[in-house]
Write a protein that binds this ligand. Structure first.
Ligand code: AMP
Length: 540
């Protein structure tokens, strides 16, 4: 007969995370870029106290457990306080992506039934446009002091966060409840149909954040300082705002300034050792550093994901700047990191190229997440590194259903990701494409990601994107978009010749379009839908 374990049964609650940091790492700093410019700094102890004040303030506004509080905000200390105050009170922290279209924002705020919205002054024009359409929102709270809180024409109930919070007591007894209670909500930024809500539980977030601290993932410790460039409005900034307090790690929040110069200067001035962001952010940072001949003095490791990190960029980080790259994969439905790559011990004797080729893949699944790839019939494909099919995931921090969703998205208990992947015998997963982006040509598949990664390997290419364009004979053929590096004179013939040396002949794109920039969406991903709309005609 099974025997019960005789351990205490304490729920994994987010309030315990910030109180842990306050008690054990009370002196560790949180540094935050204010939306109006200057740097703000305080400690985890002060952050916890302010979170308790906000919890009292929200209760003073009449909110109760189960209510939703939305945010339209950058990565900053007030947003961090809200992460803990809202969820810790048993309410739902609904992070809204400010780059959604106004109609979608209105939809998600109403769908989530947000009672209060916390916003940064940057987004005041957005608030002006949507407030009248969000009848459940009883207060719009600007994450600023009174002096930096704008008046918004036509919106009556705009409050200053500091004015709201400061008079409140910093004593608040965090309620204790089931760890499976909803803590946070984030909607997919899907381009078709209405966004769908992923409702994260306390348990899922705490487990993911603990896992994120581990050496094979972000490796957070009290001797580190981490700067999450990944936004707090999208998949919980990879749970770094929860993992850093668990690890006792200094947290550096960049606010609205995400350009190469601002990120570089913040990394240097705050002794940042670890960061995390999408490839486009790193492209901007490295371009700035190259232009000015700069080096990192403390940065050691960067997490990257959200879209595929081209191998050439990994090489630059590692070979030129001595920064260890951790390439991960995750999606709104997976709370934060699902897989991450790291070099094995035997790689010590490998060439740089071999190491970087491994790191260009998305790595092994973290403990707590299982992965498999299946064919169209749903059969599991072998882990041979070449059989590709849809990536399926299951685990402690993978959604089981969408918020107010009618139909379970799961297939036999697994979540279908919509990504095409391979899994190697050692467990390393490689994303080959999105199911909707893969280019189907003459019955075979071309990976747009592999083509883009190869194109970015050319020294004259700053960014590349590939879409499939209808073709009368081959079904689809690849069309390549290139943004040249400043000063580069690259032309079509040269890039196609270069690609012939990197990919199979039948993969070489049929045409190349040179653009000044690529359309990049709210989460730093190239909007291939926009490219398809404009260029997805028919090849003759
Ligand atoms: P989102 O839910 O908006 O975060 O988008 C998740 C999707 O981003 C995944 O399903 C992948 O298609 C893509 N993605 C995330 N990380 C990576 C990565 N490292 N490489 C390639 N694609 C990625």
């Amino acid at each position: 007969m099974l025997q019960p374990g005789l351990m205490m049964n304490l729920p994994l609650l987010l309030s315990s995370v910030i109180e842990h940091a306050a008690a054990q790492y009370g002196e560790v700093e949180v540094v935050s870029r204010e939306t109006h410019g200057p740097l703000f700094r305080y400690t985890y102890a002060q952050c916890a106290a302010r979170a308790r004040k906000l919890a009292n303030a929200l209760s003073g506004l009449g909110l109760v457990a189960g209510d939703a509080v939305g945010s339209i905000a950058w990565n900053n200390h007030r947003h961090l306080e809200a992460y803990y105050a809202v969820s810790g009170s048993g309410m739902v922290m609904h992070t809204c992506n400010p780059r959604l279209q106004a109609q979608q924002l209105i939809y998600i705020i109403n769908h989530a039934e947000d009672r209060v919205i916390l916003f940064d002054a940057t987004f005041a024009p957005l608030v002006k446009g949507i407030a009248a359409h969000c009848p459940n929102v009883r207060a719009w709270v600007c994450l600023a002091d009174a002096g930096n809180t704008p008046t918004i024409d036509g919106v009556a109930n705009v409050l200053s966060y500091d004015e709201l919070v400061e008079p409140c007591s910093e004593v608040f007894a965090w309620p204790q409840f089931d760890e499976n209670t909803a803590a946070a909500l984030c909607y997919t930024s899907g381009t078709t149909g209405n966004p769908k809500g992923a409702m994260y539980s306390h348990r899922a977030i705490v487990l993911n954040a603990m896992s994120g601290c581990m050496p094979g993932l972000l490796s957070l410790s009290p001797s580190d300082a981490i700067l999450p460039v990944v936004p707090m409005f999208h998949i919980n900034a990879w749970c770094i705002p929860y993992a850093a307090p668990i690890g006792g790690t200094k947290l550096v929040l960049p606010g609205p300034k995400l350009d190469g110069q601002s990120i570089y200067e913040l990394m240097e001035s705050e002794g940042v050792t670890i960061s995390a962001g999408v490839p486009t952010i790193w492209q901007g940072l490295l371009a700035y550093m190259e232009q000015h001949g700069l080096r990192f003095s403390t940065m050691r490791r960067t997490g990257v994901g959200g879209s595929a990190m081209p191998q050439a960029l990994i090489a630059k980080f590692m070979d030129v700047y001595g920064v260890d790259v951790r390439h991960g994969w995750g999606m709104t439905e997976t709370t934060a990191i699902g897989t991450m790559g790291i070099l094995p011990p035997q790689s010590k004797t490998w060439t740089s190229e071999k190491k970087q080729a491994l790191l260009a893949k998305q790595g092994r699944s973290a403990f707590g997440v299982e992965i498999k790839v299946v064919n169209e019939a749903g059969d599991t494909l072998p882990r041979d590194g070449s059989s590709q099919g849809e990536l399926m995931v299951r685990g402690h921090w993978i959604i089981a259903s969408y918020y107010k969703g009618e139909k379970s998205p799961l297939i036999d208990g697994w979540f279908p990701t919509g990504d095409i992947a391979t899994i190697a015998p050692d467990g390393t997963m490689q994303i080959r494409d999105r199911t909707k982006d893969v280019i189907k040509t003459g019955g075979e598949w071309i990976s747009s990601i592999d083509l883009e990664s190869a194109a970015v390997g050319h020294p004259g290419v700053a960014m590349a994107a590939v879409i499939g364009v209808k073709h009368p004979k081959w079904d689809e053929r690849p069309l390549l978009f290139i943004v040249r590096k400043p000063g580069a004179t690259l032309e079509k013939e040269e890039i196609l010749k270069f690609l012939e040396t990197k990919v199979a002949k039948w993969w070489v794109p049929d045409d190349v379009v040179f653009l000044e920039s690529l359309p990049v969406g709210g989460t730093g991903k190239v909007q291939k839908g926009d490219l398809r709309k404009q260029y997805g005609g028919v090849f003759s």
